[in-house]
Design a protein around this ligand. Structure first.
Ligand code: M6R
Length: 606
């Protein structure tokens, strides 16, 4: 769960561009960062604990000389997040430098063998075995390229590697196995990086590497080889359509706020999905004996809503499962008749990919919903849908959540139509409601943001929050709670409102804030009773409901009114004030909402 980038150029120093690229990759981890370049037979390395901008100010990463180099931003797995463990790592002689994203499972065996052979290790990382192994292979007479090939054969695990050396100062070698890696083809320069957005400032021509591929880059060429026999493979670059400004903050103080505000626009893209792919997916869902929706974190919350929608609109049973629990809980029931609908904004979440790998080995059909083109999920899915929410940099998922929901609504609608479970009237109403959703979200943002800021000021010192909802509003409660706790670090609980009396109610005492999600739907009348139960025990009641809902207003200490919306669609606007509440609370408490502690945007480890 790190970000890597490498550049080999015909002329000029590459360090400034490496640093620029690193900034786009910080969402993948920001424990430490570093750059290595090659010039005049010397590897130059600068690296430290902390974030790219700070290290740049302190050490001047971009002042390193040389027209070839690699760089890294780290989310620590092996070894503390300090300077010694920061990448790039080098061999004993400082002739080879390596950056790595992923985990090398058998590093300890290799390390012990190399230590016996006289190698001296500086860090506690798994990565450091790679430069030493290449060094060892070169000692036995192999040239740089062959030494890398032989080293890679020995590595077990998931990795994306970028490797440079003084031996071939115009050759950058990169390898992909399970961790993402994309090549960029520029004019008189070649690139490799963990994602497409970090390449956008330099080139729009990319080559997506598949698992088990290794690329040898020079300023004007790229050669791709396949493991384990290193047979040559030809791949033509594809053109990507991303703008540089898409990945910047556009004047907002934080990416998270910018991304919350981008939701109306992002949704307007997502609701224009090509029907062809939705039809294909709906068809495959229809033909399955059982359907599992597999996802993690926020994407799992979207999956819960998707399961509800498929049941209500298409009468299809789809079991939502947290990805890391899937193999243990349902593995034995997966067969050629099963379909896995995997939801992952990054398309790289390890738990999701492992569940898919397992399901594939049992011949199940894989469908994917993701926000990252060329991510692993897009490559392992029989059919995938790119939700087109635009790059999301803030660690907390916001616009990608509502985007996932917009995909799921369209999918459930098409499945319902194909299966004849929706009347023409219902179909027309739902279609209209989906098309109106960007406007509803726009209005929700305008109406609720100032109020959510005030409520954050009022409640930010609370020690605990409870979020309650029924039906479709239960996953919204879960998502509101996840947003708040992950970026403000305030403990919180979310429950189906009807279940709260079976235990969580014992946590209620005078003044505990309980947030109810109560749109005008079939569950509202029961929620009113749950509000009474909490009120009777002294809770402070905060409710989200339809504007003008007098009954709710009378029961509430604070009421947030939202524009009227079709009850099926309510989760999209109703999550928005909760995102804003989490954001303002975190900022008031002095937290960085874009980079919450211990978290990374893309969780590519077990
Ligand atoms: O990229 P994915 O959608 O697969 O990510 C899943 C979770 O890691 C992610 O939703 C995480 O929970 C976020 N921090 C939520 O804001």
């Amino acid at each position: 769960m790190c970000g890597i980038i490498g550049i080999v150029a015909k002329i000029g120093n590459v360090a400034p561009d490496l640093v620029k690229g690193l900034k786009y990759l910080e969402y993948r981890g920001y424990d430490s960062a570093g750059v290595a370049t090659v010039e005049d037979g010397v590897i130059h390395v600068k690296k430290d604990k902390g974030m790219v901008d700070d290290i740049e100010k302190r050490m001047g990463l971009s002042s390193l000389p040389g027209s070839i180099g690699v760089a890294h931003t780290r989310w620590a797995t092996h070894g503390a997040p300090d300077q010694v463990n920061a990448h790039p790592h080098t061999d004993c002689e400082n002739k080879i430098a390596v950056v790595h994203n992923g985990i090398i499972n058998n590093f300890n065996d290799i390390k012990q063998r190399l230590i016996k052979a006289g190698h001296i290790f500086k860090s506690l990382t798994d990565t450091e075995v790679v430069p030493h192994l290449i060094e060892e292979n070169m000692k036995s007479g192999l040239d740089f390229k062959s030494a890398v090939f032989e080293a890679v054969k020995e590595l077990d695990g998931s990795f994306a590697l970028g490797i440079v050396s003084v031996y071939e100062p115009d050759t950058l070698i990169c390898v992909k196995k399970e961790s993402p890696l994309i090549l960029g083809v520029g004019k008189d320069a070649m690139y490799c990086a963990s994602d497409v957005s970090s390449l956008v400032p330099f080139t729009k021509k990319v080559v997506v590497l598949d698992d088990g591929e290794l690329a040898v880059l020079t300023p004007t060429s790229y050669e791709i080889y396949r493991l384990p026999d290193f047979s040559r493979k030809d791949k033509t670059p594809i053109k990507i359509d991303l703008k540089v400004e898409d990945a910047f903050k556009s004047g907002y103080p934080h990416y998270m706020l910018k991304e919350i505000y981008e939701q109306p626009t992002a949704l307007s893209y997502t609701i224009r999905l090509q029907e062809h792919y939705l039809n294909l997916m709906a068809d495959l869902l229809d033909r399955s004996k059982e359907i599992y929706i597999v996802a993690a974190g926020t994407s799992y919350h979207a999956g819960l809503i998707g399961s509800y929608l498929l049941s209500k609109m298409a009468r299809l049973v789809a079991i939502p499962v947290i990805a890391s629990e899937f193999i243990t809980s349902y593995g034995d029931t997966v067969s050629v008749e099963s379909t896995i609908l995997a939801i992952s904004q990054s398309g790289e979440t390890y738990d999701v990919l492992k569940a898919i790998e397992y399901a594939k080995s049992r011949a199940a059909t894989i469908l994917g919903i993701t926000n990252v083109l060329a991510s692993t999920l897009t490559r392992v899915s029989r059919v995938y849908i790119h939700q087109q929410s635009g790059p999301e940099i803030g660690v907390a998922a916001t616009k990608t959540f509502t985007g996932q929901l917009a995909v799921l609504y369209q999918l459930a609608l098409i499945a319902g139509k194909r299966r004849g479970k929706l009347s023409q009237r219902e179909l027309d109403d739902l279609k209209e409601a989906i098309h109106d959703i960007p406007r509803v979200v726009e209005e929700t943002l305008k109406k609720t943001d100032p109020l959510m800021k005030k409520l954050a000021e009022k409640y930010c010192k609370s020690k605990f929050f409870m979020f309650l909802g029924r039906g479709l509003s239960y996953p919204v409660a879960l998502e509101g709670r996840l947003k708040l706790l992950e970026i403000s670090y305030i403990p919180a609980l979310a429950y189906p409102a009807g279940e709260s009396k079976h235990g969580p109610i014992s946590l209620i005492e005078e003044g505990v804030p309980v947030i109810f999600i109560a749109p005008r739907d079939e569950t509202r009348k029961y929620v009113l009773s749950n509000i009474e139960e909490m009120k009777a025990r002294g809770a402070t009641i905060i409710t989200l409901g339809e504007e003008g809902d007098k009954e709710l207003m009378e029961l509430s200490d604070d009421f947030i009114g939202l524009p009227p919306v079709n009850p099926y669609l309510a989760p999209i606007p109703y999550v928005v004030p909760l995102q804003l509440f989490a954001y303002h609370t975190a900022v008031l408490l002095g937290r960085d909402p874009d980079r919450p502690r211990n978290l990374a945007k893309s969780v590519t480890v077990l």
